[in-house]
Design a protein around this ligand. Sequence first.
Ligand code: NAI
Ligand code: MG
Length: 355
Amino acid sequence: MTKQVVVLGGDGIGPEIMAEAVKVLNALALDIQLTEKLIGGAAIDAQAHPLPQDTLEAAQAADAILLGAVGGPKWDNNPMELRPEKGLLGIRKQLGLFANLRPAILYPQLASASSLKPEIVAGLDILIVRELTGGIYFGQPRGIRTNEQGEREGFNTYVYSESEIRRIGRAAFEAAQKRNKRLCSIDKSNVLEVTVLWKEVITELAKEYPEVELSHMLVDNAAMQLVRNPKQFDVLVTGNMFGDILSDEAAMLTGSIGMLPSASLNENNQGMYEPCHGSAPDIAGQGIANPLATILSAAMMLRYSLGDEASAQRIEAAVSKVLDQGLRTADIYNPQEAGTQKVGTAAMGDAVVAA
Ligand code: NAI
Ligand code: MG
């Protein structure tokens, strides 16, 4: 059956990088119907809403959503309900996208982009699975109040139910099974009861995935190990807050924000796929943005939502090949590196199609 994909270019460099991802998908000639819709600032301008009804309905009916980025200075002073980010948050919430998959991959060709020594990071390929809709970011009660001593205090509630832990655990085990079958669960079980339960539930779940080797690590140690020896990891799974921090740390190990894709999935493997970077208003309209994070997001979409691992691997191999050929957009260009050539957004997309 024809797969339905909603394409949301968004703002800033969003439409430019999306055009290249669409080029690559079209070149594969798969049984996919792409439908373009508006979101974010573009939707505010045209339809007076960051997530118009027709966009939401198309997203709900689709197998997957491919997103560029939203936001920009033009809308920064808008009231909260007319902010571009509301479009993204709205889709996440309406579709129940609780599993955020963030790979940190450092192509060996780009090892000099990292601030760490090449031997520590070259060839790094890890995946952080972050719970996205629960934990301390959403727990009730929360607020700032005056206590009995007349002093102000801020408070949040850290809570995860067994079913919330089990469903993110399942997503992580499934992802580990598609990769190298090693999963490390991150907790703070020496201090926080929530993560004592977390560790227990993940350990129980491991019985259903005998092929996957499960380990556990405390979050402070994980933060250290990620910079000491990141290649010891394959898939990591953790809650919302630890995942927010560790996934940004891991992303920066690669030094190239223009290369990093992401996925947010629900229980039906319906998902939204987007680059980790934003709309880069500083370089929008210049045709110099790196489209590879968005192209790699399309590969993740094929893998996780459209059940087409072979096409996902073809795209990833093509990206690796254009890097071998020495093609670099400005963000990953290093004039000291011999045999490389600076190219624009469209030339990079064309090269991936050719590869
Ligand atoms: P940003 O990621 O847009 O840009 C940070 C820096 O990285 C800029 O110098 C930019 O030129 C560069 N950069 C980003 N993507 C690039 C690419 N593909 N190729 C080459 N260079 C690239 O983050 P920033 O500046 O904090 O935010 C800009 C806007 O994007 C804001 O309105 C923000 O709210 C929005 N944003 C949207 C996100 C999303 O749609 N998921 C995520 C993060 C920010
Ligand atoms: Mg963050």
